[in-house]
Design a protein around this ligand. Structure first.
Ligand SMILES: *[C@@H]1O[C@H](CO)[C@@H](O)[C@H](O)[C@H]1NC(C)=O
Ligand SMILES: *[C@@H]1O[C@H](CO)[C@@H](O)[C@H](O)[C@H]1NC(C)=O
Ligand SMILES: *[C@@H]1O[C@H](CO)[C@@H](O)[C@H](O)[C@H]1NC(C)=O
Ligand SMILES: *[C@@H]1O[C@H](CO)[C@@H](O)[C@H](O)[C@H]1NC(C)=O
Ligand SMILES: *[C@@H]1O[C@H](CO)[C@@H](O)[C@H](O)[C@H]1NC(C)=O
Ligand SMILES: *[C@@H]1O[C@H](CO)[C@@H](O)[C@H](O)[C@H]1NC(C)=O
Ligand SMILES: *[C@@H]1O[C@H](CO)[C@@H](O)[C@H](O)[C@H]1NC(C)=O
Ligand SMILES: *[C@@H]1O[C@H](CO)[C@@H](O)[C@H](O)[C@H]1NC(C)=O
Ligand SMILES: *[C@@H]1O[C@H](CO)[C@@H](O)[C@H](O)[C@H]1NC(C)=O
Ligand SMILES: *[C@@H]1O[C@H](CO)[C@@H](O)[C@H](O)[C@H]1NC(C)=O
Ligand SMILES: *[C@@H]1O[C@H](CO)[C@@H](O)[C@H](O)[C@H]1NC(C)=O
Ligand SMILES: *[C@@H]1O[C@H](CO)[C@@H](O)[C@H](O)[C@H]1NC(C)=O
Length: 551
């Protein structure tokens, strides 16, 4: 699996795909007293069950995606109506098994061509996603389910190539083969898919090597597609001009390919598009700027390309937008005022954009993620003071103005988890951090911070390091809140002096090199038992290297 979507993208893909699962008529167990399931199908299912071991780790992707996983086949008992078994759907009238959903079922073992799975002749829906089929070849027998509408073998550890027989499944509405170790989908097979899969509405083929396929050939796929996801498929060349052929698309995912050239302006004709992801390619030129483009867009990711020119005007007006990721391009010009307040994530870092940051940002109350690193201009940090949902703020490589001048800030950012202010000409510890109880990552490297590490950041108690006695401090009008979750702390290249303070015990990375710390290395540092990386170099520390460092 070479490529992962961002968490919010995964969430959307998963939620979005759920809408397309066909509704099969439900199990007959409650509507009939007779055993409707045929003995042949029951036997095939039992045989299928016994061809696997049950191993929880086979379905670890389910945990990753927060999906419930359990061994569904444990409820399969000989002698009972198989229509009542977990994961089975039968036709109400004749009892034929028409649906098999064993996704997230802890299955471990291979599926060979003689598997009894292929005796189930009436399947309309088959979902074996998120199991471990032990890198067995995807069998050509999958092409024999003449009535199949839904086939999902996502993250199931298949290998081999996409068998050309899959194109015999002419009733398919949904095909998901993503996240396997399937090496190729060749021209011949694609031709079959194009000719036969005329009803397909979602096609998810992430991680399958299609480098032998021209992107023009893809344009002949069914125009009824709603979802087209080809993440990390090795696709090369330009994005075809006639992409507008897919006029029904809601989800277009082409990240981690080798697309080059310009984004065709015809892309803006995809008026139903809600999710547009083409990050990590080699696209150049400017982002199509059509005033009425993408009226339904929710999420946009064009990051890590070579795009230049200015930000398109529709970015400021499409009021459905929640996520904009454009970092790591060559975009220039300024950022204009946003005319809607729904934005949750914006990422503009590492471009050639100019400040100032538009004042409308201070009204985007739902913002959780802001990357405005590397702007040209001065950034007024207090403009983020009302964004109480902020979790990540990256303003690195800007010239910052922290207007507090040492006075306590009159606001906090209680949900902040990551603050990145590297190389920002900052001369003090940001006061607003006092209320950021869930801070995990802090980067203040390469600034002009002098003086000691303030007590409010963390405190080395006499008796117990991290059991702070809150009554000790009368420092501020804020309650002192120790950082219970801090993991990454970079204070290197500043002018910090005084004794070395001990960071909270949760710290894994602590970088404070190139400062003016003095005194001995305190033995209490040995209690920081989560530390994996410690850099104290280029200070004036004295004394002995602690024995515990060996551990
Ligand atoms: C395939 O199944 C997995 C696991 O249930 C699910 O997350 C994914 O959305 C499904 N894919 C499609 C195209 O329905
Ligand atoms: C999985 O494949 C490995 C290597 O081919 C083999 O040793 C092992 O027995 C297989 N496991 C199962 C459950 O089939
Ligand atoms: C499938 O064939 C293999 C040999 O290729 C054999 O070991 C296995 O028992 C067969 N399985 C079934 C279900 O017939
Ligand atoms: C289309 O599907 C039919 C059966 O459904 C099959 O006979 C035919 O070979 C398929 N065509 C291609 C190009 O795969
Ligand atoms: C994809 O397949 C081509 C040959 O068809 C091969 O050169 C290339 O290395 C493969 N890419 C990956 C990532 O396996
Ligand atoms: C797409 O289909 C058209 C007409 O059906 C055909 O002329 C063209 O050659 C096909 N393109 C590719 C790349 O297969
Ligand atoms: C953008 O890049 C293209 C080449 O990729 C170049 O022709 C064009 O002049 C550039 N435009 C700007 C505004 O830099
Ligand atoms: C912020 O999010 C909440 C909860 O999702 C929503 O109800 C509210 O409308 C959003 N605010 C804006 C300005 O979009
Ligand atoms: C903080 O104080 C400034 C004036 O010094 C005021 O403009 C701002 O609204 C205050 N912010 C909050 C969150 O109270
Ligand atoms: C850094 O800030 C100081 C004032 O605090 C200012 O005089 C100096 O010009 C700033 N340096 C840069 C590179 O912005
Ligand atoms: C906390 O500090 C106060 C003042 O120094 C002291 O009186 C009190 O005993 C301390 N409490 C604990 C639990 O150590
Ligand atoms: C040490 O810090 C100073 C001042 O912040 C900086 O100019 C210098 O480049 C840093 N040296 C190293 C080796 O990082």
């Amino acid at each position: 699996m070479c490529c992962l979507l961002r968490p919010f993208q995964l969430l959307y893909l998963l939620l979005f795909l759920l809408n397309f699962q066909p509704n099969l008529s439900s199990s007959s167990s409650s509507s009939s007293i007779t055993q409707l399931c045929s003995p042949e199908e029951a036997a095939a299912l039992i045989q299928f069950k016994t061809s696997f071991s049950i191993d929880e780790s086979s379905s670890w992707w389910c945990d990753y995606y927060s999906k419930i996983s359990y061994p569904k086949t444990n409820s399969w008992k000989e002698g009972l109506d198989c229509c009542s078994w977990d994961g089975i759907t039968c036709d109400n009238v004749n009892g034929q098994v028409i649906g098999l959903d064993l996704s997230c079922s802890w299955l471990y073992g291979s599926i060979a061509s003689n598997s009894s799975l292929f005796h189930l002749r009436h399947l309309q829906k088959l979902n074996l996603a998120f199991n471990y089929f032990n890198l067995s070849k995807m069998s050509s027998k999958f092409g024999q389910f003449a009535s199949l509408e839904y086939l999902n073998l996502s993250e199931a550890y298949f290998t081999g190539q996409v068998p050309s027989q899959v194109s015999h499944l002419s009733k398919l509405v949904s095909l998901d083969l993503s996240g396997n170790y399937i090496q190729t989908l060749d021209k011949h097979t694609l031709k079959g898919l194009v000719e036969n899969l005329t009803k397909v509405r979602q096609l998810v083929l992430d991680d399958i090597n299609m480098s032998s396929i021209s992107s023009n050939a893809l344009m002949n796929l069914s125009s009824s597609l709603r979802t087209l996801s080809l993440v990390g498929c090795g696709l090369i060349g330009k994005i075809p001009e006639n992409i507008f052929h897919f006029s029904q698309l809601r989800f277009l995912g082409l990240p981690y390919n080798y697309f080059s050239g310009q984004i065709p302006s015809s892309l803006t004709n995809l008026r139903h598009l809600e999710f547009l992801y083409i990050s990590n390619n080699q696209l150049e030129g400017s982002i199509p700027n059509e005033v009425t483009a993408f009226p339904n867009l929710i999420s946009l990711d064009l990051s890590f390309n070579l795009l230049n020119g200015t930000l398109p005007s529709w970015l400021y007006t499409v009021s459905t937008l929640k996520h904009i990721a454009l970092e790591n391009n060559k975009l220039s010009g300024d950022i204009k005022e946003f005319q809607y307040n729904s934005l949750e994530e914006i990422s503009f870092g590492n471009n050639k954009l100019k400040g100032p940051i538009p004042s409308s940002i201070s009204h985007l109350v739902n913002l959780t993620f802001v990357d405005l690193s590397n702007l040209i201009g001065i950034v007024e940090v207090d403009m983020f003071s009302k964004l109480q949902n902020l979790q990540v703020l990256d303003l690195s490589y800007n010239s910052l103005s922290l207007s507090s001048n040492g006075v306590s800030a009159n606001y906090t950012l209680p949900n902040l988890q990551g603050l990145y202010l590297s190389s920002c000409n900052v001369s003090e510890f940001p006061q607003f951090l006092r209320g950021s109880e869930s801070l995990k990552r802090l980067d203040l490297s390469n600034n002009r911070i002098s003086g000691k590490i303030p007590k409010w950041m963390w405190d080395v108690g006499k008796d117990s390091l991290w059991n702070l006695n809150l009554s000790h401090n009368s420092l501020t009008d804020f309650e002192q809140i120790p950082w219970k979750e801090i993991e990454y702390l970079d204070l290197s290249s500043n002018f910090i002096h005084g004794d070395l303070s001990i960071p909270p015990s949760t710290t894994m990375v602590f970088l404070i090199s190139n400062n003016s710390l003095s005194g001995e290395i305190p033995s209490l540092l040995c209690n920081a038992n989560n530390l994996e990386y410690l850099d104290l170099s280029h200070n004036n520390l004295s004394g002995i290297i602690l024995q515990c460092f060996g551990n």
